[in-house]
Design a protein around this ligand. Structure first.
Ligand SMILES: NC(=O)c1ccc[n+]([C@@H]2O[C@H](COP(=O)([O-])OP(=O)(O)OC[C@H]3O[C@@H](n4cnc5c(N)ncnc54)[C@H](O)[C@@H]3O)[C@@H](O)[C@H]2O)c1
Length: 450
C-alpha cells in the first residue's frame, strides 16, 4: 500500500464520493497473480471451457486473458453469433457448440465457466459436477431455493471446486474493508446500507435485439428447459432478467452483489433471519414481471441491512457501514473511512436546563472522574481513503482465485455455500415484495415462511 497525493488520486479518477473527502489517501497494491511474469509449463496449465458466452460470458473470456496459466479450449452457447463473439473475446478459434454436454464429455476440460441465464444455472452446474469438472458459476447462484441446494449437493457429491461469480469479494478494496472491519476500526456496526442505482434503458435491461436473432440461429427449446413452454420470443431470450421464468429481477441481478460484499466484509456466511420489502414498477412498463424500484430491510443477528435498487436515477452503487467509531463507505474502487469521536464528554445539552450551581457541580465531578489523557498517549484517528490502481480488475482477480483453487484444491473465496446464502437473500427480498409479507428464513426446512 502506498500513500498517494490528492492530485494523483483525482487524476486516476477514483471514487466520486471520496474525491471530496478529507483524509490520507492510500493506493492499494494488488497481489501478483500465480504464474505472472513467467512461462507456465503445459502440465501446470488449467484448461477450461465457457458455457454461455453472452454479455457476461464474453466479459469473462476477455478478463481470463489477464490470468496466467490458463487456456480456453472450447466455448458453448445456444445462439450461433455468440460462438463468433466468444472466439473474438478469447482471441482464438476454439471449437464452439450449442450443446454443453459435448463440452462436459471432453477429457481436456478441467473446469467450466458457467454464464448462462439464471434459470439454467442448476442444470449446467449439476451436470458439470457429475462430469468431474470444477465450476465457476455466475451470480446469482440460484434461480430458486431448491436450485441452490441442488447445486450445493452436486458440488459436495462430486468433490468439486465451485466459485460463485460476485467478483467484488476478490477485490483488494473489499479485502481492505474486511481487514478494517475485523480489526474493530468501525467499533460496533449495527446498520449497513447499500444501493444500486441506474438511469438508462441498458441499466433497465432493455437490451437491443441483434438482426440475425431467430429460431434458426437460437436453440429456443433448450433455453426454455426448466421454464414454461412458449413460442419463440427474442425479447425474452435477450432481456430474460425482466421475466420471473428466467431471472429474479433487481434482487437477483443487483442485491446479490451488495449482499455478497456485505457478507464478505463483515465475515458472516448466513442467511438473514427475515426480510421486508417495498417498491414498485413506475417507469419501465414494458411487460416485465419485476419492479424498477425495490427496497429491502434484512434482520441479521448482529445488525440490520437496508438495500435499495432504483432504475430511475443514476447514483452509483455505494455500500456504507455505520459503526460506533466510524463510517466506512465503498463506492466503485474506493473506500473512505471517516472516524467518529465516541470518547466520553461532559453532558452539555440537557444541563442547559439546570441552574449554574448544579451544572458547575456536575462539571467539576465529571472532570474529577475523567482525568485528561497525557498528550503523548493521545493518538488521533485519521480519516483515510483507499483506492485500487487504475485498470485494476476484480474480475480477473476472482477468476485467478478460482483457477488457483482448481490447481491446488485450496478453498475459493466464494464457494457454493456462500453463493447459496447470498442468493437466498435475493429470494427473501422477492418473496416479501410479491407476497406483501415479512419473509422469514427457516433454515431447518430450507424454506421461506411468510
Ligand atoms: N458478475 C457480474 O457482474 C455479472 C454481470 C452480468 C451478468 N452476470 C450473470 O451472468 C449470467 C449471464 O448473463 P448475461 O448478461 O451474459 O446474459 P446473456 O443473455 O447476455 O447471455 C446468456 C447466454 O447463455 C446462453 N445459454 C442459456 N442457456 C444455455 C445452455 N443451456 N447452454 C448453453 N448456453 C446457454 C444463452 O444462449 C445466452 O447467450 C447470468 O447469470 C447473470 O446474472 C454476472
Amino acid at each position: 500500500m502506498h500513500p498517494l497525493t490528492r492530485r494523483a488520486f483525482i487524476q486516476i479518477g477514483a471514487g466520486s464520493v471520496a474525491a471530496g473527502a478529507a483524509g490520507k489517501i492510500n493506493l492499494l497494491e494488488p497481489a501478483a497473480l500465480w504464474g505472472a511474469g513467467r512461462m507456465v509449463a503445459a502440465s501446470d496449465r488449467v484448461r477450461f471451457a465457457s458455457i454461455g458466452t453472452g454479455t457476461r460470458g464474453c466479459e469473462l473470456l476477455q478478463a481470463s486473458l489477464a490470468v496466467p496459466g490458463i487456456e480456453c479450449v472450447a466455448v458453448c452457447d445456444l445462439y450461433d453469433s455468440r460462438h463468433e463473439a466468444a472466439q473474438e473475446a478469447v482471441q482464438k478459434q476454439v471449437p464452439a457448440t450449442r450443446k454443453y454436454r459435448e463440452i462436459l464429455d471432453r477429457k481436456d476440460v478441467d473446469a467450466v465457466i458457467v454464464a448462462v441465464a439464471d434459470h439454467q444455472h442448476r442444470r449446467v452446474v449439476v451436470d458439470a459436477c457429475a462430469a468431474g469438472k470444477d465450476v465457476y458459476c455466475e451470480k446469482p447462484m440460484s434461480h430458486t431455493i431448491e436450485d441452490g441446494f441442488a447445486m450445493v449437493d452436486a458440488v459436495r457429491k462430486g468433490n468439486r471446486i465451485m466459485q460463485v461469480g460476485s467478483q467484488r469479494v476478490s477485490s483488494i478494496v473489499y479485502q481492505k474493508a474486511r481487514e478494517m472491519y475485523a480489526a474493530g476500526a468501525l467499533g460496533d456496526v449495527f446498520y449497513i446500507e447499500g444501493s444500486s442505482n441506474r438511469n438508462s434503458a441498458s441499466g433497465a435491461w432493455v437490451y437491443p435485439i441483434p438482426s440475425d436473432a431467430s429460431e434458426q440461429t437460437i436453440d429456443w427449446n433448450t433455453f426454455l428447459e426448466g421454464a414454461p413452454q412458449r413460442p419463440f420470443d427474442a425479447a425474452r431470450f435477450f432481456r430474460w432478467r425482466c421475466f420471473a421464468d428466467y431471472g429474479e429481477g433487481l434482487a437477483g441481478d443487483l442485491f446479490v452483489h451488495l449482499l455478497s460484499g456485505i457478507h464478505f466484509i463483515s465475515g458472516i456466511n448466513e442467511v438473514a433471519a427475515r426480510a421486508q420489502s417495498s417498491g414498485g414498477l413506475f417507469r419501465w412498463k414494458d411487460g416485465r414481471d419485476f419492479p424498477d424500484l425495490i427496497e429491502t430491510v434484512y434482520d441479521y443477528p448482529k445488525f440490520r441491512v437496508s438495500l435499495c435498487c432504483n432504475l430511475n436515477n443514476e447514483g452509483g452503487e455505494p455500500i456504507k457501514f455505520h459503526g460506533t467509531k466510524g463510517t466506512m463507505e465503498i463506492n466503485g474502487q474506493t473506500l473512505a473511512f471517516t472516524p467518529q469521536d465516541g470518547s466520553p464528554k461532559p453532558e452539555a445539552y440537557s444541563t442547559k436546563g439546570w441552574p449554574a450551581r448544579l451544572r458547575n457541580q456536575y462539571l467539576a465531578q465529571w472532570s474529577a472522574e475523567h482525568p485528561p489523557t497525557a498528550p503523548l498517549d493521545y493518538q488521533p484517528i485519521e480519516a483515510e481513503i483507499f483506492t485500487a490502481p487504475l485498470g485494476y480488475s476484480d474480475v480477473s482477480a476472482h477468476q485467478a482465485n478460482f483457477f488457483d483453487a482448481v490447481r491446488t484444491r485450496k478453498a475459493v473465496v466464494e464457494n457454493e455455500e456462500f453463493g447459496n446464502h447470498a442468493a437466498i437473500g435475493c429470494h427473501l427480498a422477492n418473496y416479501a415484495y410479491f407476497k406483501n409479507k415479512i419473509a422469514t428464513w427457516d433454515a431447518d426446512a430450507r424454506a421461506i415462511r411468510g
